[in-house]
Ligand binder design. Structure first.
Ligand SMILES: NC(=O)C1=CN([C@@H]2O[C@H](COP(=O)(O)OP(=O)(O)OC[C@H]3O[C@@H](n4cnc5c(N)ncnc54)[C@H](O)[C@@H]3O)[C@@H](O)[C@H]2O)C=CC1
Ligand SMILES: O=C(O)[C@H]1O[C@H](OP(=O)(O)OP(=O)(O)OC[C@H]2O[C@@H](n3ccc(=O)[nH]c3=O)[C@H](O)[C@@H]2O)[C@H](O)[C@@H](O)[C@@H]1O
Length: 440
């Protein structure tokens, strides 16, 4: 099939590269000309394991190309995937401006019957709304079908998730359109779930909201564990052994960040409000998460008293490991809180330093290695569980820091690993270790 993917961001790029890899001919279109220039040179604008090599392979095989002109590729296209952003408005609703512009662009340039697939995460009813917008502007002899095909990839494991996903959801208004998109996706060998358009749109929000709920739930449990001397990691493991609970997404820590959980949970609260339903449970999930992001600053304050003049190392900045994405990263809230208290902040991320320089306050200093960050620090905060951070050398912590105190926001180490290492270690939902294995 000849496929055009509109929006070469995270989702658009992974979608385009993967569809090419299973044998389709794909053109990715983006209005950002710098991004397209980079992509044409074979460089991925995002850090995502496996993406760039797969991209190069498919460019070499002439199945993947890039352009900034939608008009240019619409002539030969059978299917258009839309993967533009749907960011959050101030009131929490999803902003559909990018989608509306693309709809207009498609309507102006469409010259044959096609299938339009919306991959972007959109409120229930949006596929129909976009369909109406296009319909109103195209010649009467041209027809198209709209298909909702929400995306479930995770950043940092996007390629693996695409080829080994749990399901592909296809929401269509008729069997013909559904079966075209089913055929397109068949080579992935991922189970396909077909439904109506509105249900497909809701599956996406409900899935993200449910995962966010699991995270806030375990974070609440972690707070209680900490007060009662229990260990939340063992509690989560014990819970997860029950298949009905499941063992994933029960890692307590500093809350969820990223480009999707925060915006999608807020959007679902607004979607519910739009039909006069007060989504109290999800509001609580969001509140718990907001509080959780301030936890490390609070723990630092409790431990050191005043943070004024304290040199504090932030280890990891991205919202999760294996990505350079800083959108809604907890490091933003944490570094702001520390600076407000008068601390000196030295930040280090194995990959996201450059992106973070444009996102964090100018007052944040950047280190080129973990050791540089730790040198002469009074305290180290672990924000992101990168492999390099999980493999932290405790000898260096003792040797380089003024006081070897770690507050770990991701529970990177078991208490046994840190015991007897001469380090004061605080984590989330577990007893603290002071120096030589003394429980505080
Ligand atoms: N980032 C992620 O991991 C996931 C994102 N999603 C959803 O997918 C959608 C896209 O998200 P991301 O890829 O993260 O966004 P992004 O912001 O990384 O990329 C969007 C791209 O669309 C381009 N664009 C905007 N207007 C355009 C136009 N008129 N024509 C052509 N290109 C245009 C932008 O220049 C940008 O490169 C959102 O709705 C998001 O909620 C869903 C699952 C995972
Ligand atoms: O709609 C989206 O954009 C995507 O959002 C999430 O993917 P992503 O945000 O890339 O990453 P996750 O692995 O879900 O992590 C999100 C946040 O939750 C945090 N998290 C995750 C799991 C956990 O147990 N505890 C926890 O605090 C992570 O540190 C991170 O900050 C979903 O997992 C994807 O299925 C979905 O497609």
């Amino acid at each position: 099939m000849n496929i055009t993917v509109v929006g070469a961001g995270y989702v658009g790029l992974v979608t385009g590269v993967s569809l090419a890899d299973i044998g389709h001919y794909v053109t990715c279109v983006d209005v950002n000309k710098d991004k397209i220039a980079k992509l044409k040179e074979g460089l991925s604008p995002i850090h995502e394991p496996g993406l760039e090599s797969l991209m190069l392979k498919n460019i070499d095989d002439n199945r993947l190309s890039f352009t900034s002109s939608l008009k240019e590729c619409l002539k030969d296209t059978d299917i258009i995937y839309i993967a533009v952003g749907t960011p959050q408005n101030k009131d929490g609703t999803a902003n559909l401006n990018f989608l509306e512009i693309v709809a207009e662009d498609i309507a102006m340039n469409i010259s044959k019957d096609i299938v339009i697939v919306i991959k972007s995460t959109v409120p229930v009813g949006t596929n129909e709304y976009i369909g109406e917008l296009i319909k109103a502007k195209i010649p009467k002899d041209i027809s198209f079908d709209i298909v909702s095909n929400p995306e479930f990839l995770r950043e940092g494991s996007a390629i693996n998730d695409t080829f080994n996903g749990d399901r592909i959801v296809i929401g269509a208004e008729n069997d013909k359109a559904a079966s075209i998109i089913e055929q397109v996706n068949k080579p992935f060998s991922v189970p396909i779930f077909k439904t109506d358009i509105r249900s497909a749109e809701m599956i996406k929000y409900a899935s993200n909201a449910f995962l966010a709920t699991k995270i806030s739930f375990i974070n609440e449990i972690s707070t209680i564990c900490e007060k009662l001397g229990a260990n939340v990691d063992d509690v989560a493991k014990g819970m997860g052994k029950d298949k009905r609970v499941g063992n994933q997404f029960l890692n307590a820590g500093i809350g969820y960040g990223g480009s999707c959980f925060p915006k999608d949970t807020n959007a679902l609260v607004q979607i519910a409000g739009g039909v006069q339903h007060d989504f109290n449970l999800l509001k609580a999930v969001i509140n718990v998460n907001n509080n959780q992001q301030t936890l490390l600053v609070e723990k630092a304050r409790q431990r050191l008293g005043s943070l004024k003049g304290m040199r504090i190392a932030l280890l990891g900045l991205a919202f999760k490991p294996n990505t350079d994405d800083m959108r809604e990263a907890a490091s933003i809230v944490i570094s702001t809180g520390l600076l407000q208290e008068g601390a000196e902040v030295i930040a280090y991320d194995p990959i996201a330093n450059e992106v973070a320089k444009h996102v964090l306050s100018e007052k944040v200093q950047f280190a080129n290695s973990i050791n540089d960050a730790l040198t002469e620090a009074n305290l180290a905060l672990i924000i992101t569980e990168w492999r390099e951070i999980i493999e932290l050398d405790f000898n260096n912590v003792r040797r380089l820091m003024i006081d070897p105190i770690i507050i770990d926001g991701r529970n990177c180490f078991s208490l046994d690993m840190v015991k007897d290492k001469g380090i004061e270690y605080h984590s989330v939902g577990r007893p603290a270790l002071k120096g030589e294995s003394v429980l505080i």
